[in-house]
Design a protein around this ligand. Structure first.
Ligand code: DX5
Ligand code: ZN
Length: 219
């Protein structure tokens, strides 16, 4: 029985109080800090770049988990790793040479993840799976926090779980988008190891309680 990893998404934090928000996450027992990088091109929103990731990494001991929702991620991977990212996740949809992107991340000393959108089949990950440290399965269309969980994602988690057990048992399955205290257990039962939570954590009345509930999901 494994404990569920919790990764609060800094996107839903109060950006005028970043250090305090990070402290809330640390005190609540978060495992990773999820940094959502958006470019207004691959996704219809713009967030922040390596400069902010560096500021976040500089005031936290947690694993910095950077989610690149950007076109041409290869050009920016080195900057995000020197900014302090321990894990870098690229989107399958943005990488024509996915294997090369994954090797680039690893060659710079970070863990490598690949994310897929709700409309992208799990089967597209089959060839790259043995090389990955994590898969970030999107359960909303990326671009914004606070969206509703897409129910068909649950079946994709199950599918990925089977594939993972066959091809790369050490690989982590993370789920991102619309995660709540109420769907956390179903996601973990389906095969999720790590849950990203923006709204459900930072906008909770009691983030510590929300974190405890999400982390108590087990398989
Ligand atoms: C969506 C981002 C998510 C998002 C999660 O584009 O990748 O990480 O911030 O936020 P919630 O938990 O509010 O759906
Ligand atoms: Zn994300």
């Amino acid at each position: 029985q494994k404990n569920t990893l919790l990764a609060p998404s800094i996107l839903s934090a109060d950006f005028t109080k970043l250090a305090a928000s990070i402290e809330i996450a640390e005190k609540a027992g978060a495992d990773w800090l999820h940094c959502d990088v958006m470019d207004g091109h691959f996704v219809p929103n713009i967030t922040f770049g390596p400069f902010i990731v560096k500021a976040i990494a500089g005031c936290s001991n947690l694993t910095i988990d950077t989610h690149l929702m950007i076109s041409d991620p290869d050009s920016y991977i080195p900057d995000f790793i020197s900014a302090g990212s321990h894990q870098v996740t690229v989107h399958q949809e943005t990488c024509p040479h996915l294997h090369r992107s994954v090797q680039l991340i690893k060659s710079l000393g970070a863990k490598a993840g690949v994310s897929i959108n709700p409309g992208t089949p799990v089967s597209t990950l089959e060839s790259i799976l043995p090389d990955l440290d994590l898969v970030l399965l999107m359960s909303v269309n990326p671009g914004f926090g606070g969206q509703k969980f897409i129910p068909s994602s649950l079946g994709k988690v199950e599918q990925l779980h089977t594939m993972r057990n066959n091809l790369n048992p050490e690989m982590i399955i993370a789920v991102d988008g619309g995660v709540t205290v109420d769907n956390a257990q179903d996601l973990v039962t389906a095969g999720a190891d790590a849950l990203i939570a923006g709204t459900a954590f930072f906008k909770a009345e009691n983030p510590e309680e929300a974190a405890a509930k999400i982390k108590s999901a087990s398989r």
